[in-house]
Ligand binder design. Structure first.
Ligand SMILES: [Zn+2]
Length: 428
């Protein structure tokens, strides 16, 4: 069996890298027929050969009784290490995970002395797999006729499928592990498959589709996507509400929600601590949550919305929507409040997920206290011409005022009393 991979060779004795960085290589495994001995029996000897651009003839390693270690913990990420006793070298291998798994299984069978189809390779005169000229990294499809019938190259890093009336996203795209940039704008998608969350995309453009129709956001919960996505464009999708899972995109820097039908942004938006540019122009926003101020936004575009004075009913609904999601027991709330007020460090390994959500997403009073559920003493206020002093570039239609919704932990709150003297409060 032969695989095309990247290998870095490390000498364990000298700790020196024989190859300073991973190089494109061919790794082969198979039996070598040795010369007949005096009894006329020939022995089969298992051997591994590494072909690199520096060693075109190949470096040969004996396998039986010569394996020092095999590390397979990261085989699903396409990484493994095979160490030999003689010479004392470790091969750090990077490869397509499926191929790598197959190769390691073949090695195991060989070591157990089994005869496998994959081992029927004449290792004595095998050669390196010819390197393809250049792996294809980008692909752009602007017409239906350009859609690849045989499937997408596995090497793609960037894929654009624009304006071709696509109604369904093929599952195959979810398996393109190298993909970092995907633009599928101007199609007719109503749903994104759940498996999509496995991709480690940094940029995703979905503008001008119809995702507001089914409102299925399961794919946003995928851990790879959550940890990688920096730029998301969901403009012009007929969204009626802000997808709650969006606030869990820990790396998000740019979010475009222009040309939708949003009438509120959730208080939980404060979880998007990396967000720098937020586009919500041409929506139906009546106000902004005061938690926008907790972010580090450099550009906020709210042009073309319908900011309104206090509408008790709408405000209550929004507050309820923002706080309904958290239903921990009072003791949990006490714990969460302590973590939040003392600014204690926390992570998914130290706190239950529900508490992390509460601490990072629940509305906070101006005094910083978490208001987890709409209690009678939590008062919702709308402030005219809010502070929003942290925002460097604010775009809005000047004939309108911007209103900010704030949640107050109680009318005795000192921060609230202070605010009262500074701003015009619209009290129901
Ligand atoms: Zn307060």
């Amino acid at each position: 069996m032969k695989i095309l991979c990247e290998v870095q060779v490390l000498n364990r004795t000298t700790q020196a890298n024989r190859t300073p960085r991973p190089v494109k290589s061919t790794l082969a495994i198979g039996y070598k027929q040795s010369a007949r001995d005096s009894n006329g029996n020939s022995k089969k000897e298992l051997e591994m050969v590494l072909f690199t651009p520096q060693a075109k003839a190949g470096t040969r390693y004996k396998v039986l009784d010569n394996i020092h270690c095999v590390h397979t913990k990261f085989v699903l990420d396409g990484k493994a290490t095979i160490g030999f006793k003689q010479p004392a070298e470790n091969l750090l291998i990077k490869c397509d995970p499926i191929q790598l798994k197959g190769f390691l299984q073949t090695l195991k069978l060989g070591m157990e002395g089994k005869d496998a189809i994959n081992l029927r390779l004449n290792i004595a005169n095998t050669t390196a797999i010819p390197q393809k000229s250049q792996p294809q990294l980008r692909m752009t499809i602007n017409k239906r006729s350009e859609y690849p019938i045989k499937g997408f190259p596995r090497t793609l890093k960037s894929l654009t499928i624009k304006n071709i009336q696509l109604v369904k996203l093929s599952f195959e795209i979810c398996t393109l592990r190298n993909l970092t940039t995907l633009d599928i704008s101007g199609n007719k998608l109503t749903q994104i498959p759940k498996e999509f969350g496995r991709l480690s995309l940094t940029t995703l453009h979905l503008s001008n589709n119809a995702l507001g129709e089914l409102n299925d956001w399961c794919w946003l919960r995928g851990s790879n996507l959550r940890a990688s996505l920096c730029e998301l464009d969901l403009s012009d999708n007929g969204l009626k509400y802000f997808p709650p899972d969006l606030v869990k995109l820990d790396r998000l820097v740019t979010l475009n929600l222009n040309h939708n039908n949003l009438n509120y942004l959730p208080f939980a938006i404060r979880r998007l601590q990396k967000l720098r540019s937020l586009h919500v122009s041409s929506n139906k926003l009546e106000s902004l949550p005061a938690s926008i101020e907790d972010l580090h936004i450099e550009l906020l575009d709210v042009w073309g919305n319908c900011f309104k004075g206090f509408n008790m009913e709408a405000a209550r609904k929004q507050a309820k929507r923002s706080t309904d999601r958290y239903t921990p027991a009072p003791l949990w709330l006490q714990a969460a409040r302590t973590v939040a007020s003392q600014k204690l460090p926390y992570s998914e390994s130290t706190l239950p997920a529900i508490l992390i959500e509460l601490i990072s997403e629940a509305p906070t009073c101006l005094c910083g206290k978490l208001c987890y559920a709409m209690e009678a003493r939590d008062l919702l206020k709308r402030v005219m011409q809010p502070k929003f002093t942290n925002i460097k570039n604010l775009t809005y239609s000047r004939e309108h005022q911007i209103y900010a919704d704030v949640i107050i932990c109680g009318s005795n709150c000192a921060a609230y009393q202070q605010l009262k003297s500074l701003f015009t409060l619209l009290i129901p």
